[in-house]
Design a protein around this ligand. Structure first.
Ligand SMILES: *Cc1c(COP(=O)(O)O)cnc(C)c1O
Length: 432
């Protein structure tokens, strides 16, 4: 890839793009994973889960080894692997004993599964607003949305940094609420010395192919609570079918699922976990270079990292003050994209505005699980209920998909140069 001239015109106006050529996609699946997979295939054991009360109820050797190494890495008592983090979220929400009609306060600025995991148990998601500078749940808004029906908070460590762990933990404790962390995008991020995802009652990570580390599909739930860990293991493996044999007393939410991870994926996961530190460092290096190159641009805010927190940059989330800059963010995004900057996006999520919540249709078409449990209370998903998340979406958010490409220093410098070029020509962009 080479950086070419074209200082005189923006590419959007027919000039030469700053960056040319293809970026290398991250591929950290290598010889280590290949060797591990070959061994599993040679063993003939691709899975050893048995859906009945038996020593194989907890899975095969690689699944158990992966769980031991994940628990050790993240510094928790229990790691429970699952076949996706969506499954992990459903298992976690089930494990806390959510009952139909219970409300869970959740961020609207997240992937759909953070909220649908609640609906899967006939629970009602209540969206609280996010903090403008971190995109994570705003503790003040969480406190504001607590009702007599609230049972839990689902905090999301979005884009690579944890939500406000201290404030959310304090609120959860004061109100007697369960606290789940969806850390799908932030494995390896830290709060003090501890890892994001290890706070609250349960946390966990996605192993889907476009997350930091992956097994194709997969997930890991982490907890220090032995009862929650066991309930998640039960939900993972047809609880209903085994509880009689196991003698489980609490039958709440013991509905049978198959959320089991295979041995091949687990063997890959063991190798991937060994690479996490290095992958995190490479993203942090790119982000630091971007920070120093971009932070002087007027009207552009680079990602904030809280004191004592680390950021692992699943997404390099910027904000544009369109009024100060004088150009709409989508126009700026188009100009940058035309300069050759890959993987930019002006939108992420306002989950509360998705059709399922706007129409309140999930199970059947009669408003279940909202209507029968409303108890005179109507959960409001209308536009305006999460003004900061809406403003980020409509006006200021600009994300750079740092996780997708293995960018060299030259390429990062090219990205920075493209931003400077667009900023230099902002007047022309405004008038064209
Ligand atoms: C990816 C993701 C999930 C779901 O994980 P899967 O492993 O793809 O099911 C949940 N929450 C967030 C925030 C995510 O980014």
């Amino acid at each position: 890839m080479t950086t070419v001239g074209g200082k005189n015109f923006l590419a959007i106006h027919g000039g030469k793009p700053t960056l040319q050529g293809d970026f290398r996609r991250y591929n950290h699946i290598g010889q280590e994973e290949l060797a591990a997979v070959v061994k599993v295939v040679e063993s003939g054991v691709l899975s050893r889960f048995l859906g009945e009360w038996h020593q194989d109820f907890y899975g095969g050797p690689k699944v158990q080894e992966f769980e031991r190494s994940a628990a050790e890495y993240f510094g928790v008592e229990h790691a429970v692997t699952v076949n996706s983090w969506t499954s992990g979220l459903i298992a976690a929400v089930g494990a806390i004993g959510l009952a139909p009609g219970d409300e869970v306060i959740v961020s609207p600025w997240t992937m759909s599964a953070s909220a649908t995991a609640i609906v899967h148990w006939n629970g009602v998601p209540v969206f609280a607003d996010v903090e403008e500078d971190t995109f994570c749940l705003d503790p003040a808004s969480v406190e504001d949305r607590i009702s007599s029906h609230t049972r839990a908070i689902m905090a999301v460590d979005i884009f690579g940094q944890s939500a406000d762990v201290e404030a959310l933990t304090e609120i959860a404790q004061r109100h007697g609420l369960r606290l789940i962390f969806d850390t799908a995008q932030s494995p390896g991020a830290r709060v003090g010395k501890a890892f994001a995802g290890t706070f609250g009652d349960v946390g966990g990570y996605s192993l889907n192919y476009h997350k930091h580390i992956h097994t194709g599909e997969g997930g890991i739930a982490v907890t220090n609570d032995p009862e929650l860990a066991e309930r998640m293991r039960l939900i993972r493996n047809h609880a209903e079918a085994v509880v009689a044999g196991k003698g489980t007393a609490n039958l709440t939410n013991m509905i049978g699922y198959n959320f089991r991870l295979g041995e091949i994926e687990a063997a890959i996961g063991i190798e991937q976990l060994r690479k996490l530190d290095g992958l995190v460092e490479s993203r942090q290096r790119i982000a630091a270079r971007l920070n120093s190159g971009l932070s002087a641009l007027a009207g552009l805010t680079v990602p904030l990292v809280r004191d004592n927190y680390t950021h692992v940059y699943y997404n390099y989330a910027m904000r544009i003050d369109s009024e100060a800059v004088g150009v709409d963010k989508s126009r700026i995004c188009q100009a940058l994209t035309d300069e050759g900057v890959p993987s930019l996006s002006t939108t992420y999520m306002n989950l509360h505005l998705m059709p399922m919540f706007q129409k309140k249709i999930a199970f059947g078409s009669e408003g279940f699980p909202w209507s029968p449990y409303a108890n005179g209370r109507s959960v409001d998903y209308s536009k305006g209920t999460c003004p900061t998340a809406e403003r980020l979406q409509d006006q200021s958010y600009l994300g750079f998909g740092l996780c997708e490409y293995e960018l060299s220093d030259d390429e990062v410098d090219g990205v920075i140069e493209a931003f400077h070029k667009v900023w230099l020509h902002m007047d022309e962009l405004a008038s064209s």
